[in-house]
Design a binder for this molecule. Structure first.
Ligand SMILES: C[S@@+](CC[C@H](N)C(=O)[O-])C[C@H]1O[C@@H](n2cnc3c(N)ncnc32)[C@H](O)[C@@H]1O
Length: 203
């Protein structure tokens, strides 16, 4: 199967890697714009008690804040390659970081500093369209998950109007790197509808 790659357009944009003062403003906007999307992604993930969860591209930290409020959730870890987003997410999640419930790292998915099978569940919300090497980066996600572990990709837009990585393209790429039970959920989020792609690492 031919490798799937994303186009270059969004990768160096502010939402793709927020920086400086404008990046901080972009983070505030994302916190508002993606509030519903974050809630829908966590619903789709269905975290179990004790799950070790990784969020890739945590941005302003809203998803991890919500997760840390869940009963009996296990260790939460996040990576983002933007120093501004790291600072913003740290500010947003200070109490949970202090009590050791959340571990935030400055890292890109292609250089994620974790051992194989470190996580029970992984999510990436409004993020995958910025990954430069879709197939290679999905292979990293697969490696980080335990066998049978779940991944959720939350994509802005519906099947037809999604951006650089459409749900169909993502399903194809997931299957090619060895994910199974690939499912699609369409969600009526505000201010725009979204699509959740859910899959498992094969056992
Ligand atoms: C549009 S924002 C979404 C942020 C957050 N998930 C939300 O829903 O509010 C995308 C985030 O993913 C991060 N990001 C993009 N590509 C990444 C990569 N390859 N590795 C780690 N983080 C990445 C960006 O720095 C940015 O914070």
């Amino acid at each position: 199967m031919a490798p799937v790659s994303v186009d270059e357009s969004g990768r160096h944009s502010q939402p793709g890697r927020p920086s400086g003062f404008i990046g901080w403003a972009v983070g505030l906007y994302m916190r508002w714009r993606n509030a519903d999307l974050n809630a829908a992604a966590i619903d789709a993930l269905v975290p179990f008690p004790g799950d070790r969860v990784l969020e890739i591209g945590f941005g302003p930290g809203e998803g991890l804040r919500r997760l840390s409020g869940m009963n009996e959730i296990g260790k939460l870890t996040g990576i983002d390659h933007s120093p501004v987003m790291l600072a913003m997410a740290e500010q947003r999640n200070r109490p949970a970081i202090r009590r050791g419930a959340i571990d935030l790292r400055l890292a890109s998915i292609d250089a994620a500093p974790f051992a194989e099978r470190s996580f029970d569940a992984i999510l990436a919300i409004d993020c995958i369209q910025y990954w430069p090497n879709l197939m290679g980066d999905l292979a990293v996600v697969r490696r980080l998950l335990r066998p049978g572990g779940r991944v959720v990709f939350a994509i802005q837009g519906s099947e037809a109007d999604a951006g650089a990585v459409s749900p169909a393209k993502l399903r194809q790429a997931l299957s090619a790197v060895g994910f199974v039970q690939i499912a699609t959920e369409r969600v009526r989020t505000r201010p725009a509808p979204s699509t959740m792609i859910i899959a498992r690492r094969s056992i």
